[in-house]
Write a protein that binds this ligand. Structure first.
Ligand SMILES: Cc1cc2nc3c(=O)[nH]c(=O)nc-3n(C[C@H](O)[C@H](O)[C@H](O)COP(=O)(O)O)c2cc1C
Length: 315
């Protein structure tokens, strides 16, 4: 699959997720076969005003490449400037623009899904950012209630210079209780000539294959199902290639992944108490006695205590 000048070796991508897709987690997903990983959304203004917190979201390394940096912002000028800064200082393989985040604090600033009320602005942003940087520029958006409107807007983005489009097949106002409408993704695939990435409710081997068959999309993007479960990329990749299911990871293998996450987080100076606790809970999802385990992890007073609890699970 090719996004502009960027050739990808595979078609299963890791979704950008705030507070989840940091460098250690992206490296694990890459190890298990994610063809492209993205940072969480990075605020354009934060970059322009050198916010330390914002910049910490783009810590990267060579082994995780190719890397997409996702930007969110509310104006073409701001995103244009932020994209140039990001390209100069962080050298990403592509820049993605977030047109889909429905979180209230993001929409209130005119960013994320708020942009979908102004398709001309979306197209201007994609056009200006594509002109300003040399790497491919892609866009990730949700769908409209009306399929024709969705098709009109994605066509505007392609015409403006987008190298690929990711469609999260829910509207801004549908939360995760609604099932993603993969048929819309199929319609987008028919409308455009650039690659179309399907996103929403791809959770295992079968849903992955169904989405490919139903939409003829070029690639799939996995979000929540990868949290605490980077191995999902290997499972899905293996199934799509061979038609065979790999056995699920056992407890020790899940714990190995958690400890590898910890090692990488230590290496890149990204160990923080809240993040470690969250990841400990995520990486033990589905284990027997999970509820008691989570209560223990919640009560842990420091990182060492979390490590002790996790180490005690190894058999
Ligand atoms: C915790 C969390 C954080 C997210 N943060 C972002 C983000 O920073 N940028 C973005 O484009 N989408 C974000 N999303 C949306 C996901 O990228 C994805 O579109 C959505 O979860 C649907 O895919 P899924 O059904 O595979 O989870 C986030 C989702 C979750 C659950």
């Amino acid at each position: 699959m090719q996004f502009g000048s960027l050739k990808l070796h595979g078609n299963i991508l890791l979704a950008p997720m705030a507070d989840v897709t940091n460098l250690p987690f992206r490296l694990l997903c890459k190890k298990y076969g994610a063809a492209l990983v993205y940072t969480e959304m990075v605020d354009a203004d934060g970059l322009i005003y050198h916010s330390r917190k914002t910049i910490s979201r783009i810590v990267s390394c060579q082994e995780e490449r190719p890397l997409g940096i996702q930007l969110s912002g509310s104006s073409a000028e701001g995103l244009n400037l932020a994209a140039r800064l990001v390209e100069e200082q962080h050298n990403p393989d592509l820049i993605d623009i977030n047109f889909g985040c429905p979180a209230r604090h993001i929409v209130k600033k005119g960013c994320g899904a708020a942009m979908m009320n102004n398709p001309q602005l979306m197209a201007d942003i994609v056009g200006q950012v594509s002109d300003a940087v040399s790497v491919p520029v892609t866009a990730k958006l949700r769908v409209y209630d009306n399929v024709d409107r969705t098709l009109k807007v994605v066509r505007m983005l392609e015409d403006a210079g987008a190298s690929a489009i990711t469609v999260h097949a829910r509207t801004q106002h549908q939360n995760y209780a609604h099932k993603a409408d993969w048929d819309v993704i199929g319609a987008v695939r028919e409308e455009l000539s650039i690659p179309v990435i399907a996103n929403g409710d791809i959770v295992d081997e079968v849903t992955a294959q169904t989405v490919f068959e139903q939409t003829h999309c070029d690639g799939i993007m996995i979000g929540r199902a990868a949290i605490g479960n980077p191995y999902i990329f290997r499972r899905i990749g293996h199934y799509l290639e061979t038609g065979e299911f790999l056995r699920p990871q056992d407890v020790n293998e899940q714990l190995d992944d958690f400890f590898e996450y910890m090692e990488l987080a230590g290496k890149y100076d990204m160990l923080d108490y809240a993040g470690v606790k969250l990841n400990a809970k995520w990486f033990t999802r589905g284990l027997e006695g999970g509820r008691l385990l989570r209560t223990k992890i919640n009560a842990a007073r420091d990182i060492d205590e979390v490590i002790g609890i996790m180490g005690g699970l190894i058999s």
